[in-house]
Design a protein around this ligand. Structure first.
Ligand code: SAM
Ligand code: SF4
Length: 356
């Protein structure tokens, strides 16, 4: 891979990233509700080495590789978004670290930090983090979100259908040693990690990590009933308050989490409540899948095909039009619902496809 600051990943040297001006326009991306887009979640693969039961079925069908954008295309798209005002990019998936040569993309995008990009980060299950943490830090990543739904090896093996907790804990330790700031994310799951949630929070805080709890969302079919999994964070908070002193705090990371401080642990707890407390008013993000499909809302069917624009002859103009369309169709709020009427997938797309 070249050291040229303007170059993309090595598989890309053939084409110049002339999408630096996606749409030829430098105007910021603002939707119909006057929300300015500053945050891109870019999925680099829908594949994963775990099979979390709330995320996908055991026999998940993955996308054919030929449909997935090359690293160069991902880089070019990302640069285009940066030039339209995106300052934060989160690389996600599927599991981003299972994509071959993914560090090349981090290195290339890392060179945009300070040149339009303020933050480059990722969400990972940490199974491969032990071998990548140093490279990520060197590429300019400062913070990493790690999904950890249980600290119990058997529960982990049942929940993710893989016996990988020791690897994940090694990955977390490596991230810390590499100087990355870690935030733990745990999905609250009724009857699965429900009783363990305080231990996960206490452990995370004892390690100096922020911890965020997430309500499970009805995205894609799984081997089971989502209603059985759903646990309201209002209920979790009430239980936490029986043992700890929780105070709402004015802390924000640009995401949908609302934070509380816990006096006894001295740590911060984020609560992401898509089902019970809507947070769409401040939405500043877009999601692009590994095949270049832009979803302006995680919970909506609205979609714009950036791949065909990217691969067209007049790609600069076509991408500008695609982004203008995305701004026009971004809905005011998501329509997630899980109640007595059922929990049909609000969207047939799995979170691993859209990018979590
Ligand atoms: N594989 C990486 C990981 O697990 O961190 C990144 C992708 S994963 C899809 C991103 C986040 O989405 C994880 O924190 C995961 O727990 C969460 N997630 C997956 N399916 C979900 C669902 N149906 N509802 C809520 N969160 C979900
Ligand atoms: Fe993989 Fe992340 Fe989905 Fe778990 S939540 S199956 S780690 S993509």
């Amino acid at each position: 891979m070249s050291n040229d600051v303007t170059s993309g990943p090595s598989e890309t040297t053939a084409r110049k990233p002339d999408l630096i001006t996606v749409g030829g326009a430098e105007a910021p991306l603002v939707d119909r509700f006057k929300r300015q887009i500053s945050y891109l979640r870019l999925s680099v693969t829908d594949r994963c080495d775990l099979r979390c039961s709330y995320c996908m079925p055991e026999r998940m069908k993955f996308l054919p590789r030929k449909e997935v954008l090359t690293l160069e295309e991902l880089y070019e798209l990302a640069c285009g978004f940066i030039d339209r005002g995106v300052t934060k990019i989160r690389i996600t998936g599927g599991e981003p670290l299972v994509r071959r040569d993914i560090i090349d993309l981090f290195e290339a995008l890392g060179r945009r930090i300070g040149n339009g990009l303020e933050e480059l980060t990722l969400t990972t299950n940490a199974t491969q983090l032990a071998s990548h943490a140093d490279s990520l830090a060197k590429a300019g990543v400062r913070r990493v979100n790690i999904s950890l739904d249980t600290l119990d090896r058997e529960t982990f093996a049942r929940l993710t259908r893989r016996d990988a907790l020791p690897q994940v804990l090694e990955g977390i330790a490596a991230a810390r040693e590499a100087g990355l700031r870690v935030k733990l994310n745990a999905v609250a799951l009724k009857g699965v990690n429900e009783r363990e949630l305080p231990d996960i929070v206490a452990w995370g805080h004892s390690q100096g990590f922020d911890v965020t709890l997430i309500e499970v969302m009805p995205l894609g079919d799984i081997d089971g009933d989502r209603l059985d999994q759903f646990l309201s964070l209002g209920e979790v908070r009430a239980r936490f308050e029986e043992r700890w002193t929780l105070t709402d705090i004015d802390y924000a990371t640009g995401g949908p989490a609302r934070y509380v401080g816990i006096a006894e642990t001295g740590g911060r707890l984020g609560l992401i409540t898509p089902l019970t407390d809507n947070f769409c008013d401040g939405c500043n993000r877009l999601r692009v899948t590994a095949t270049g499909q832009l979803y302006p809302c995680l919970g909506g069917a609205e979609r714009v095909d950036l791949r065909s624009a990217l691969r067209s002859d007049d790609r600069v103009r076509n991408l500008a039009e695609a982004l203008a369309r995305a701004m026009h169709i971004k809905p005011e709020r998501h329509g997630f619902r899980m109640d007595e009427r059922g929990a049909e997938p609000a969207q047939p797309r799995h979170m691993s496809v859209t990018g979590g």
